[in-house]
Design a protein around this ligand. Sequence first.
Ligand SMILES: Nc1nc2c(ncn2[C@@H]2O[C@H](COP(=O)(O)OP(=O)(O)O)[C@@H](O)[C@H]2O)c(=O)[nH]1
Ligand SMILES: [Mg+2]
Length: 286
Amino acid sequence: MFPHPLDLSEQSPTAHAVPPVVVIVPTYNEAENIQAACERLRRAVPTAGILIVDDNSPDGTGVIADRLAAEGSLTWVLHRPGKGGLGRAYGEGMTWALDHGARFLVEIDADGSHDPAALPALLDEARRGTDLVIGSRYVPGGTTRGWSPWRLALSRLGNTYARALLRLGVHDATSGYRVYSARALRQIQLATVSSRGYCFQIEMTLAAVAAGLPVSEVPIEFTERQHGSSKMSWAVGLEALWNVTRWRLAGRSGPSRGEVGRPGPGPCGPPAAPAPGRRAAATTDA
Ligand SMILES: Nc1nc2c(ncn2[C@@H]2O[C@H](COP(=O)(O)OP(=O)(O)O)[C@@H](O)[C@H]2O)c(=O)[nH]1
Ligand SMILES: [Mg+2]
């Protein structure tokens, strides 16, 4: 599914050289943001590895990323030949991190929308045994700042549609701020994930829920970017709409009401009990 060979250049660590936590940062034209994003991440989680996955950004983001990797420790860059979509970028980044021994894999945007200061709380939840921890804008305590009403409506509508059709049991299936355990990603089998664009987030959530893995949502504050522009497009939105609809028609969905709370088919058993302040997913709460 991920057609480009991984760029295991001289920056690549030897097997098992990456730290247990690897933060994957996908970039396309983020020259104004990538350095600040890495610095904030480093301050928030000093021991984490940072893997930038750049799609040959015309604005030179990849060059800046190479410089950051050369100057700092625990930073690597995966160069892809051209803009291939967020889902494909994450797929390659995750495969690389898994192959190099990562135990927890973090998704975060490069544009400053996701505050790295929230990451320790997400990681704590993952270490407690939750295989997919979603930084959620749409649970109590979560917020979205700086979005136009139509952008917010699009996100909320998309989430409501996906949640209803696919019985996801989560409120923010499109969030791009999350933590996966390595065992979850191995179970999900990345090679079977087909989404190219942002729909990747929904497909991964569906795969985790359908596998019966523990999933939970931790409230986050999302702030719209200050620099650069969004890569969200009609094509990306339509891919999501089409995929959610066809997955439903194909019978792919989470547990029905009667099945909620029963152990899923995966080795992880029923969803973990929510910690205070957390919201458990794969439940029927609205
Ligand atoms: N490597 C790569 N990164 C991408 C691609 N599309 C978006 N991104 C990155 O994904 C993150 C989220 O994208 P953004 O445009 O901010 O989406 P929005 O927050 O929904 O408006 C940013 O870090 C982007 O640079 C892509 O095709 N390839
Ligand atoms: Mg953004």
